[in-house]
Design a protein around this ligand. Structure first.
Ligand code: GLN
Length: 567
């Protein structure tokens, strides 16, 4: 280990990841991939995200605007990038690792109200950056991290994140040897020019300079690898050695990214910048996973039936990113080639039109899928479409996997069509319904009457007791109790549990006090795989350890595929 030098903290090293040119080029994946490489070298790593929103957390943001809300084990509702960090690092991250402008200001104001600033003027600079640094330090301490990654949301040059760049500048000023700045930039190839243009990157770098920071490394995102000439150009005009300009071309899968960076020696470059010893990385397991992801032979086609796919004229799948990644992890481990389809169940704002749209020929088309998944969701629109899809899956024995709302709607469908509870529904859409088989949890009822919506759901990790001789029990390998992450206000109404059970629905997972139904399923003899979870198993799936329920679902889908191929 090199001796601590002047200006070092001796406690830890910090890497800020910032974005230049434009958003949406994969800062979250870049941060995660850097973490993955450093961890594979034996460093203890943690990762934080700073979002420039005034929202205190991501819980109240519309998914079509912001993408998925990723729930941490401690219940905090965060940005989907936190999911990427957990997946690439294989770690469970705490809430201190996520902050928004709103959250930072809120704690400063609370501290001010508590007289913790001891009468001094509290100012945007330096008090906001100092609060940011305090949080970074807390996260580093909690993880005992050798290297702390901090992703600054937004793009350099935006008004909203300038204060976070200031935090990075202050930390670098205090500990110049311990802080690295990585800029992820975009190098376009305009169609009419047909040449890779570096000017936007040069401007971004200058803009970063004007915030008092100099990039140590530039990751140049582009549709193809950078040639020597562009690397040199970026190096010359952005003030760094050309080896520190790393080519980051589009890749087939996000899981290729750490391997690609490592090929360009990013890990060693970072070690050099931070004054750490160079260490060999061990990405062999990761490589094996990536190889598997490309070599799947047996095809399996899965339809995700949801309603948050559209944003203007564009189709979004970001809203379901953890679900999609969880399907991929399980598929790759089973050597399957995953083919995903998205079914938009939101046809119309009108209930009757939706029922109409989801009948006849349209439903029959569902037979071509090997499995159907209904993910989490909220509100009335799209639900009749989903219920029709679920009914079809049940009657036609197509493997079905329901997550949260997908489980609640599965219960509703069963109540209506098998248990004979006419008009059964959820209190979420009809609070006065005769058969509210899904009802508000008592503690949430109280909060909502006060109009207090933010952070009022049942959130985060809770235990679930598994019943033996069930599909769920078997999938988890006979474990008695598991911990899974939640995000819901409603639950299966305890008053209907008996009736539904008598009608043939099995609750194979329950809360330890037996009050909450966590998993519902149909017996294997009746249906090959019809299972829903009140929790979100997708949040716990990792590339190197897929979630057992996703694996069980895909195994069932694969069997259906094989059977249909034999016909
Ligand atoms: N809307 C349902 C509830 O609040 C389901 C939530 C979800 O799918 N995450 O209980």
């Amino acid at each position: 280990m090199p001796k601590p030098q002047k200006g070092t903290t001796t406690k830890g090293k910090y890497i800020f990841v910032v974005g230049g040119v434009m958003s949406g080029i994969g800062k979250g994946v870049a941060t995660s991939a850097i973490g993955c490489i450093l961890k594979s070298k034996g460093f203890r790593v943690t990762a934080l995200k700073i979002d420039p929103y005034i929202n205190v957390d991501a819980g109240t943001m519309n998914p079509t605007e912001h993408g998925e809300v990723f729930v941490l084990d401690d219940g905090y509702e965060t940005d989907q990038d936190m999911g990427n960090y957990e997946r690439f690092l294989g770690e469970t991250l705490p809430e201190i690792n996520y902050m928004t402008t709103g959250r930072i200001y809120r704690s400063i104001i609370e501290r001010e109200r508590n007289l913790e600033y001891k009468g001094k003027n509290v100012e945007v600079v330096p008090d906001v950056p100092l609060e940011v640094l305090r949080r970074i330090e807390k996260a580093r301490e909690a993880a005992q991290a050798d290297i702390t990654l901090i992703e600054i949301g937004g793009t350099i040059g935006e008004y909203q994140n300038i204060i976070f760049l200031e935090a990075a500048r202050m930390l670098k000023q205090m500990h110049p040897m311990d802080v690295a700045v990585v800029m992820l930039s975009y190098v376009p190839i305009p169609n009419n020019i047909g040449e890779m243009k570096t000017k936007p990157t040069q401007y971004a770098s200058r803009e970063l300079n004007s915030a008092g920071l100099q990039a140590d490394i530039i990751l140049a995102r582009a549709t193809m690898p950078l040639d020597k000439k562009r690397k040199e150009k970026i190096a010359t005009f952005c003030n760094i050695p050309s080896e520190r300009v790393i080519s980051a071309p589009d890749v087939e899968s996000i899981y290729d990214v750490p391997l690609n960076y490592e090929k360009d020696g990013l890990g060693d470059i970072l070690a050099d910048v931070l004054g750490l010893e160079r260490r060999a990385s061990d990405l062999s397991q990761w490589q094996a996973f990536v190889d598997k992801s490309k070599n799947g032979e047996q095809e399996v086609s899965i339809a995700i039936a949801g309603k948050y796919f559209k944003s203007g004229e564009f189709v979004l799948s970001d809203v379901y990113i953890s679900v999609i990644e969880a399907l991929k992890h399980a598929a790759y481990h089973l050597n399957l080639k995953l083919v995903l389809h998205f079914i938009n169940t939101k046809d119309s704002a009108q209930h009757d039109a939706e029922v109409e749209a989801w009948s006849g020929e349209r439903l029959k088309e569902l037979s071509r899928y090997d499995g159907i998944l209904v993910p989490g969701g909220f509100g009335e629109s799209g639900i009749e479409g989903k219920i029709a899809v679920i009914k079809y899956a049940r009657e036609n024995k197509i493997p079905y996997f329901g997550l949260c709302y997908g489980m609640q709607l599965m219960v509703i469908e069963y109540a209506r069509n098998v248990a004979g509870l006419v008009g059964a529904t959820t209190a979420e859409i009809d609070a006065g319904a005769k058969h509210a088989v899904i009802d508000l949890m008592p503690e949430q009822k109280e909060k909502m009457t006060k109009g207090d919506y933010g952070g009022t759901m049942r959130l985060g990790g809770y235990p679930c007791k598994l019943r033996s001789n069930t599909i769920a029990g078997e999938a988890y390998g006979g474990v008695g109790e598991v911990r899974e992450r939640h995000r819901h206000r409603y639950e299966v109404n305890p008053e209907y549990v008996m009736k539904l059970t008598e009608a043939g629905l099995k609750f194979s997972g329950v809360s330890p006090d037996h009050n909450l139904m966590e998993i519902a399923e149909l017996p294997k003899e009746v249906h090959p795989f019809m299972l829903g979870t009140q929790f979100h198993p997708e949040f716990l799936s990792r590339p190197l350890s897929p979630h057992p329920l996703f694996s069980a679902f895909l195994k069932a889908a694969c069997l259906r595929r094989q059977a249909s191929e034999k016909k």
